[in-house]
Design a protein around this ligand. Sequence first.
Ligand code: ZN
Length: 411
Amino acid sequence: MTLDRRQWLKGLGGGLLGAGSGAWTTRRAAADAAVRPKEDPAAAGSLRLADFRPRSMLHVARTQVARARYPVIDVHSHLGWTARSEKGVAFGEDVTLLITPADALAVMDRKNVQAMVNLTGGTGRGLERSIAAFDRAAPGRFFTCTEPSYGRFLEPNYPQIQADAIEAAGRAGAKGLKILKTLGLYLREGLTRGPLVKVDDRRFDPMWEACAAADMPVWIHVSDPEAFFLPIDAENERYDELGKHPDWSFHGGDFPNHRELMEARDRLFARHPKTRFLALHVGHDAENLGFVGESLDRFPHVSVELGARIGELGRQPRAARRFFDKYQDRILFGTDAVPPPDGDNYPQQVFKDELYEIYFRFLETADEYFDYAPAPVPPQGRWCIYGLDLPDQVLRKVYHDNAARLLGLES
Ligand SMILES: [Zn+2]
């Protein structure tokens, strides 16, 4: 015997109408009880995880922070990309710009964002185009970083070519160098085939040193959330996210594990003490603030940034608050913002008012248990976050002063 939900409700109605005949209702109720767990999609066990959208019943404060309390420098955004890439490796100099400065400035002005750093500015002519489109169009509001020319990696003189390219990029107006997780996870000896190139590969040493010489900091992204290196199974806390973006998984194959990537990164940091590094996504390990703190203690030339990791920080609010108190001079505000429509694929990074309001609420208020992204289902994992309620003096440094120092904007 099978009943769908409508039949089940009809049966229930019949039972009520027939309330006079006690024996029938009792039998009917017993049958319903037996049927319901199996047939009602709301019954435990038969609702698909993808359809589960619980709403918090907590009656708690909901503070809307429409504007940041102090002017903000967002040090992590992607206002364009290199147009061509294959298996995670960018080729050529063409760039695709994702937004006009006017549209970006409208959001920035509403939210009290003084400046944004566009990390993926490209190389060569593409870099010049990025700088012309943003930095020159609105001086002081946009800064652009260059990237390695991986397309030339197979040329015999690549280390020197790359060092020279950094110097040229600095002269063209680039503020720094951005390293995507390409290094360590995508770039291979034959560009897209062969063994993976390690984060601390010696062929890049002249590039790091050229950055130090030109006083261009390095925005570096190494590894990814710890769960991306584990099987996509019932125990994986980022099951939904990896289900949506299976190519973000680095489990299996010839990928190094998270720890090996961190060790390679540490060897790199140790070898280049004169190069300033901004370790993105809370030092590549927002899940492990103890480790990030040790890295900051060990490497005084390294700072960290928050982009796309308030979901990690905000679910350990007491540890995060201690981390902010202790390292208040070395934490920079960033969102990893990507303009829509591209950004709509990653709601935790979509460049729009709501994203900034969530970041501001997280840093400025003591609100409890709220969404870390503007999305109906938390996109990175099914949890909510708690505000840090940072003191003014810390807020000012994280929003602005630490970034101004890195960018050389102090006047
Ligand atoms: Zn990014």
